[in-house]
Design a protein. Structure first.
Length: 214
């Protein structure tokens, strides 16, 4: 598990290197109940990153932070069987949304948004798979660059992505709306047709939520 102290140290370094606005903290909302699915389906200014059939009987919205160990656990262990069982069979429309808990998470979310068309989810999965490498590094910028270069970024495109104010504003908009309108305060937070589930889930736990909805 990545310590909060390490995260804050890395965040400070990244802020200095890339000029990102810190997003530490935020409103400490008490966990609320479910959310209106129609409101949840409204996309933000950057557009939606989604997989599956928009007309599927179940819509799953995940709010995740790229520095969140529980989010990495879900994506490294549950996401693939979830995708194969529900998304690829047309039963679930899956929407992934950014809820960065710190500037490092914001930077990685921006890099995923800058990935070539159709490569967003591949990029997210690679950063989750290698989370321990970069998130706990003493030189987080160098580690992010190393992975980004392997994904096809150049020094120039890496810098352009992390200094793109419109992109930063869009990621912040998604986070702020989740915080203020849907009372999201931790990651991962899932909404299954509006029904809230908090924390990493096994495929069996996902089954228990989805099956009654089908």
């Amino acid at each position: 598990m990545i310590s909060r102290r390490t995260m804050i140290q890395n965040s400070a370094g990244l802020v200095a290197a890339a000029g990102l606005t810190p997003l530490l903290g935020g409103a400490a909302w008490a966990q609320a109940g479910n959310a209106d699915i129609e409101k949840l389906k409204v996309a933000g200014p950057l557009g939606e990153q989604a997989l599956g059939d928009p007309d599927a009987p179940v819509t799953v919205v995940e709010y995740a932070s790229m520095t969140c160990g529980h989010c990495a656990n879900f994506h490294n262990n549950t996401y693939t069987p979830f995708k194969e069982k529900y998304i690829e069979t047309g039963q679930v429309y899956f929407i992934f949304r950014e809820f960065p808990l710190d500037p490092v998470a914001t930077a990685v979310a921006m890099l995923a948004r800058c990935a070539p068309e159709g490569k967003f989810f591949d990029t997210v999965e690679i950063f989750f798979e290698r989370q321990r490498e970069w998130a706990s590094s003493e030189n987080v910028v160098a580690e992010l660059q190393k992975i980004a270069f392997q994904l096809g970024f150049t020094q120039e495109t890496f810098k352009e992505c992390l200094t793109n104010q419109e992109l930063l504003d869009g990621v912040n908009w998604v986070r702020k709306r989740a915080d203020q309108e849907f009372k999201v305060s931790s990651t991962p937070t899932f909404f299954f047709n509006g029904a809230r589930q908090i924390g990493s889930m096994t495929i069996e736990e996902v089954d228990a939520v989805i099956q009654p909805m089908l």
